[in-house]
Design a protein around this ligand. Structure first.
Ligand code: ADP
Ligand code: ADP
Length: 222
């Protein structure tokens, strides 16, 4: 099953004369191991699409499936959000009072993983993103690029089928952005997850497997 499948997804904000139909029938599939760039002008609906794919917002119509599981019903949506989807944001939202290692362990506790297993997994992921020497540091003691690599490790902690990233390197200088992106794509691919990455950065988009855009509320090849 694809990491993400959207079929006929529609979303309108507001009602009546002021209604704005942002998504008007989005069809999109992201395969496991595939990294897809979502590049579109501001206001085109990228955030709306990511929120719906991430089950943080509901579509008015259409079907969202993650790893072959259709997101129907509150219980299934919550389970999918916890177990099957990892999020990477422009600003990492790491918890400041916890170390890098603990930040990668915490989502696993929410999923019921025992402490020893969570720690082993977190150490392996920090190794994969090149941060073993920083495992015991708090976010404030890490550079911006390092913080974002911790965020990537955290997003992968529960072995998600799908990674959703919104401008994941938007606040980094170009060199650091390229390095974080490289680490992120390697980690995502080696985990067999699929990724949908919204970005304004054409250099990063060019390094992904393919680019899609939003045109008149539909996803088309970019
Ligand atoms: P992008 O991420 O591509 O900039 P968004 O998904 O944020 O686009 O927004 C798409 C359109 O939907 C914009 O016109 C925006 O103003 C509108 N919009 C987004 N969120 C809301 C909301 N909660 N209520 C009303 N309009 C919204
Ligand atoms: P980068 O070039 O990757 O952004 P920096 O030049 O900001 O890195 O930082 C270099 C090194 O110094 C990093 O390994 C980081 O962990 C460490 N460092 C940065 N800020 C702090 C801090 N406030 N306290 C402790 N170590 C820090």
């Amino acid at each position: 099953a694809p990491a993400l499948a959207l079929q006929g997804v529609a979303r309108t904000y507001g009602r009546g004369e002021t209604a704005v139909a942002v998504l008007r029938g989005v069809d999109l599939a992201v395969a496991g191991g595939e990294i897809v760039a979502l590049v579109a002008p501001s206001g085109a609906g990228k955030s709306t699409l990511l929120q719906i794919a991430g089950l943080l917002d509901s579509a008015d119509a259409g079907v969202v499936s993650v790893g072959g599981r259709a997101a129907t019903g509150d219980a299934e949506r919550t389970a999918l959000r916890r177990e099957a989807i990892g999020f990477v944001y422009q600003f990492h939202h790491l918890l400041p009072e916890f170390t890098a290692l603990e930040n990668v362990m915490l989502p696993q506790f929410a999923a019921g993983v025992p402490r020893r297993d969570a720690e082993a997994r977190a150490r392996a992921l920090l190794e994969a993103v090149g941060l073993t020497p920083r495992a015991g540091h708090r976010p404030a003691e890490l550079s911006g690029g390092e913080q974002q690599r911790v965020a990537v490790a955290r997003a992968l902690a529960n072995r998600p089928r799908l990674i959703l990233a919104d401008e994941p390197t938007g606040n980094l200088d170009p060199e650091t952005a390229a390095r974080v992106f490289e680490v992120m794509t390697q980690a995502v691919r080696s985990e067999g997850a699929g990724a949908l990455v919204a970005t304004h950065n054409p250099d990063l988009a060019a390094r992904m497997d393919r680019t899609v855009t939003l045109r008149e509320g539909r996803v088309v090849a970019g």
